[in-house]
Ligand binder design. Sequence first.
Ligand code: NAP
Length: 245
Amino acid sequence: MDDFAEILLTVPKLTYVRRFSGVMTKTGGIMKIGIIGSGNMGGSLGKIWARKGHEVVFSFSQDPSKLDALAQSGGSGARAGTPRQAAEESEVVLISVWPPALPQALAAAGPLTGKIVITCMSGLKPDFTGQTVGLPTDRTSSLAEELAGLIPGARVVEAFNITFAETLASDSRSFGGEHPSIFYCGDDAEAKAVVARLIADADYQPVDAGGIRTARSLETLASAWVQFAVVSGLFPDLALKALRR
Ligand SMILES: NC(=O)c1ccc[n+]([C@@H]2O[C@H](COP(=O)([O-])OP(=O)(O)OC[C@H]3O[C@@H](n4cnc5c(N)ncnc54)[C@H](OP(=O)(O)O)[C@@H]3O)[C@@H](O)[C@H]2O)c1
């Protein structure tokens, strides 16, 4: 059994599979995905999903031509739009901005009630000191929990914060035939199942890490992971895989 067949067997079939019709991708139906923050992470993930058959709207760049270029390279399922269009027209919204730009991004997006909101934000400072941007380090909270508090009614799932944008930008997520793991967490089981399928569609192995509170640990691990990669000299050609037996 290959990795993806195994993932499919472990992800429960939920109502969204019936709701999203159309061309089937490797792991499910077409989804409408809004990208808010189309930089290293959002730009690459959006392109991957669009090329897998999903409908993707790229938004929230200070340079509109960047959004057009992303839409071009994403193919027929991709287009550029405003953050409000990306939010309104999508079932799933990826928020991939630097934390200081979050208030501006949320104001531009408008209501996110009922949306599945993926956050990949880690907020590691650019000098890799391990300190997060704008949060105390005693870990009584996480960026994901802060985000969930700002958008009550949205179904927030943290994912993709322990991978490198360089991995997403490369042609493949294969490391010697192995696919890296993505830990994801959230409090809404249906939203998590959808995100697990999108993780698989991005050619990673989804690993359920529990409720949104686990984001405290995931964001800490993300900071540690990038430091390990840099200090070892292996950045960015290093990926994390959770082994199972
Ligand atoms: N890079 C990684 O390897 C990585 C890995 C895991 C998690 N993360 C997390 O993912 C999040 C996004 O990281 P990234 O590397 O994708 O960042 P990025 O390349 O800088 O992307 C951020 C996006 O937000 C847009 N933006 C719009 N208004 C902005 C404003 N006022 N100030 C700042 N940005 C604004 C940027 O616009 P422009 O297009 O005009 O720059 C850009 O498209 C961060 O929280 C980071 O911690 C990053």
